[in-house]
Design a protein around this ligand. Structure first.
Ligand SMILES: NC(=O)c1ccc[n+]([C@@H]2O[C@H](COP(=O)([O-])OP(=O)(O)OC[C@H]3O[C@@H](n4cnc5c(N)ncnc54)[C@H](OP(=O)(O)O)[C@@H]3O)[C@@H](O)[C@H]2O)c1
Length: 247
């Protein structure tokens, strides 16, 4: 039986957690395949002939995407079309990651992500999400510096820990369509920062609530909440993040 899993974008943050759970996956990153090169990615998929393709490859720097819209479109949208077509040809399942930024998109990243969803049809699964780990800006600042941080109290989301996501992917692999894989409560960035302080015993006065400033280079939605298709609370998810962090 073909059990080969191809992981694209294998040096990325989410891919790190996937490889930790499933070290047997066959990982390819940008140095070995450029997903936006149709010939390269098609040949790779045909050569490896996996039963499952997990696409974690993307340009995720929103400012870079805003400055380089063509490249953003090529990697975050068009490349997904090539991957989906090649997957269909060999009858392989594709799991692709989209973002809460794809809901009523206001920036280049979100627009490309929304387009990418339309290319993953029939046998594919699109996971819409917002994910965090210790490298996420707010968390990183709180855990690894003594600095005070500003956090929006009028921007709302429901993020999920990358470790939780990595495990869920394999449970969801037989699903198709678009799923919102996020925690269940709608919270502001400020409330999220306070929860990080609480769980890691950090002084909450380091978090300053601020209003979202519209005059920024990259526009962002204030409403990033996704109606969840799973039932995991943010507190349960953060405890898991903390447990992994301690190990
Ligand atoms: N992190 C978040 O907050 C978040 C939120 C919502 C959705 N997502 C989505 O979840 C997925 C995983 O995100 P992540 O945070 O793990 O991203 P990440 O850490 O930025 O990893 C993306 C990987 O893709 C690689 N890549 C970029 N261009 C490529 C190309 N042309 N060909 C092949 N590989 C390429 C990158 O390589 P280089 O580093 O060498 O460029 C990097 O290793 C992405 O689809 C992302 O859009 C992430």
């Amino acid at each position: 039986m073909n059990e080969k899993i191809l992981l694209l974008g294998s040096n990325g943050r989410l891919a790190f957690f996937i490889r930790k759970i499933h070290p047997e996956v066959l990982g390819y990153d940008k140095d070995r395949v450029d997903i936006s090169d149709k010939e390269q990615i098609t040949n790779l998929i045909e050569k490896e002939n996996p039963f499952l393709i997990i696409n974690c490859a993307a340009l995720t720097d929103l400012e870079y995407c805003e400055d380089n819209p063509e490249e953003c479109w090529k990697v975050n949208a068009l490349a997904v079309k090539y991957i989906a077509e090649a997957a269909k040809k060999i009858n392989s399942k594709l799991i692709h990651f989209s973002s809460n930024a794809a809901t009523n998109p206001v920036n280049e990243y979100g627009k490309a992500k929304l387009a990418s969803e339309s290319f993953v049809k029939e046998k594919g699964l699109v996971i819409r999400t917002d994910i965090y780990d210790a490298k996420t800006f707010i968390i990183n600042k709180l855990l690894f510096t003594e600095e005070k941080i500003n956090a929006y109290n009028d921007v709302f989301f429901n993020p999920i820990y990358m470790g939780t996501m990595a495990e869920l992917i394999f449970k969801l692999k037989d699903k198709t369509g678009i799923l919102n894989i996020v925690t269940k409560e709608k919270i502001s960035f400020y409330e999220f920062a306070l929860k990080i302080c609480e769980i890691f015993d950090i002084d909450q006065s380091r978090v300053i609530p601020v209003k979202y400033n519209e005059n920024q280079k990259v526009k962002r939605q204030k409403e990033l909440y996704l109606k969840p298709d799973i039932n995991i609370s943010i507190d349960e998810d953060l405890r898991r993040f903390k447990d992994d962090f301690k190990r």
